[in-house]
Design a protein. Structure first.
Length: 376
């Protein structure tokens, strides 16, 4: 299943197509520079600029905006990568993908496998598709620190030291704050945030020692925009984003590993079983995304070998700026999203959350729980 390369996205024609076209034309300094230079250094160009001053003024404005956008992007790329280069030998890289048995994670696994990357899947549910060549599956309870630790030991012994971690696994309960039980809350944070700590604590030391590797944190638009019936989910995704930001800082200032890359993923509603029944009424601006679309964006970023951010769709950059908007606008936007989860019936991998934690100590510690690690 090769990655999509058509000029139209899988989802068809929507706002992103216009944004990308503008980026490649009206805001492309390389395209506008010859026009600006011609107006300054050629007789015909100078004459045209005098005859059409308003048009030329707009061209110059677009050129400077595009140039500022380009230079800002280059500076950001340099800063987040600590102005350090690194090389990846994909057939010799090992990627761990949590929640890789299906959904977005399953497609990440397939696309990485196509690049001959060895992929290790950590998931509590069985594979929903045949295991690709060069991939390994371990049944792991990501809410259980001891289970993750045992799986990590087996992976190092049987596959090798991972150089890429894609913390993709996610759960949602779809309840209001008052309906959310203690176990609902713990389960959501265990999978959506705490598991990121567990996998990184196991595999990051080798990356630090080699000053080589990549940690991908899959968050969500919910990290920016928390709406009714998604408060625990949004809070856990905001925590995951804070984890990414702190990790990036510590890699440089605490671990002296400036070449270990960090990637944050913020995606909109994606058509996976997790969000079955989710309502969306802005299909042109924020269309329901196919899981392959998000997975491709993640893998394309991984294949750059660079730190960065994946936002899908591109219009999500506006959502990223939500915190800077006036409160009257923020509050109204969140209230207008109250219908998003009214018909939600997303799949629950663990239906009996209370039973899932039964037998663990009264403080909710996972260290003494049973290890459920399958053979690869």
């Amino acid at each position: 299943m090769p990655m999509h390369n058509g000029w139209l996205p899988r989802e068809g024609f929507y706002f992103d197509v216009i944004l990308r076209l503008l980026g490649k034309t009206a805001l492309n300094p390389a395209l506008l520079l010859p026009i600006v230079l011609a107006a300054k250094y050629t007789k015909q160009g100078e004459d045209l600029s005098i005859l059409h001053p308003l048009a030329f003024s707009r061209v110059k404005t677009l050129f400077y905006l595009g140039l500022a956008r380009y230079l800002s992007g280059r500076l950001s790329d340099g800063v987040v990568n600590n102005f350090k280069a690194d090389k990846y030998d994909w057939p010799n890289e090992i990627a761990v993908v949590t929640g890789g048995a299906g959904g977005i994670g399953g497609h990440v696994v397939k696309f990485l496998a196509e690049q001959r990357v060895k992929v290790v899947i950590l998931d509590i549910q069985p594979m929903t598709t045949p295991l690709p060549a060069g991939c390994y599956y371990y049944k792991v309870d990501l809410t259980d620190r001891a289970d993750v630790k045992a799986a990590a030991a087996k992976i190092r012994a049987e596959v090798g030291n991972p150089t890429i971690i894609v913390n993709n696994a996610g759960v949602a309960r779809g309840k209001t704050i008052m309906e959310t039980s203690e176990r609902d809350l713990k389960f959501t944070f265990d999978v959506n945030c705490f598991a990121h700590f567990y996998t990184v604590q196991e595999f990051l030391p080798h990356m630090i020692a080699k000053d080589h590797g990549m940690i991908v944190t899959v968050a969500s638009f919910a990290a920016w925009l928390c709406v009714p019936n998604m408060v625990d989910y949004g809070a856990s995704k905001a925590a995951a984003m804070a984890f990414h930001e702190g990790l990036a800082s510590e890699l440089k200032t605490r671990y002296n590993a400036p070449r270990v890359r960090t990637v944050i993923v913020n995606q909109a509603y994606t058509k996976t079983p997790l969000f079955e029944g989710y309502n969306t009424d802005s299909a042109f601006v924020m269309p329901p995304l196919e899981p392959e679309t998000v997975a491709e964006a993640i893998v394309r970023q991984i294949l750059t070998g660079r730190s960065g951010q994946v936002i899908a769709p591109d219009a999500g950059h506006a959502v990223q700026g939500l915190r800077g908007m006036p409160w009257w606008w923020q509050y109204k936007l969140r209230e207008s999203c109250e219908k998003l989860m009214t018909n939600w019936s997303g799949r629950q991998v663990i239906k009996d959350v209370e039973g899932h934690y039964e037998g663990r100590d009264g403080k909710g510690s996972t260290d003494g729980s049973t290890v459920l690690v399958g053979k690869p």
